[in-house]
Design a protein around this ligand. Sequence first.
Ligand SMILES: C[S@@+](CC[C@H](N)C(=O)[O-])C[C@H]1O[C@@H](n2cnc3c(N)ncnc32)[C@H](O)[C@@H]1O
Length: 174
Amino acid sequence: MNPENQRILEARLEIIGRVQTPFVEQRGTPIQPSFAKDVKGRIIVEEPYIGALEDIEGFEHIWLLYWMDKAAPFRPRVVPYMDVQERGLFATRAPCRPNPIGISVVRLLGREGGILHVSDVDILNDTPLIDIKPYHPKFDAHPKSRAGWLDDNTEDRSVADSRFQAPLSRMREE
Ligand SMILES: C[S@@+](CC[C@H](N)C(=O)[O-])C[C@H]1O[C@@H](n2cnc3c(N)ncnc32)[C@H](O)[C@@H]1O
């Protein structure tokens, strides 16, 4: 096998829905849900997956996994939004990843059939959604966990600029 191919997983991702939000570009978009309190969005789930939403209403928060389709290409080292020096990409949440998967815990406000009303969104409008999972404080919260360079960071920032945005030409094509 060609060594190049050993690093490629031939996979097919189903777009299970789209995220509708007020944000059309990275600049000005909150950098995490905790900085997006009460910013409302909607998840429009594709018809084949609507049945899979059953019982979701009981959860106050849900995980959204999505494809950051307007992210700049992969860079191994980045200056993250919350710092002024370079860090290894995998020690950050920067969007320019080899597989640009985003994860956000959002508040679930309600469901109307295949539409989920959510708040606390840090996601661009029309982003392809690849999964939804329930948030459980017992599984997912470690409030006293060490947070590496973020424990000492001095950069106080809550919204993005365009440093991790795809070139404008690519954004227009899509
Ligand atoms: C620092 S990233 C964190 C995203 C997610 N909460 C995570 O931790 O994986 C947040 C930024 O991603 C950018 N973003 C959101 N949706 C995107 C998309 N579809 N394409 C490119 N960038 C996106 C927005 O600019 C937002 O400010």
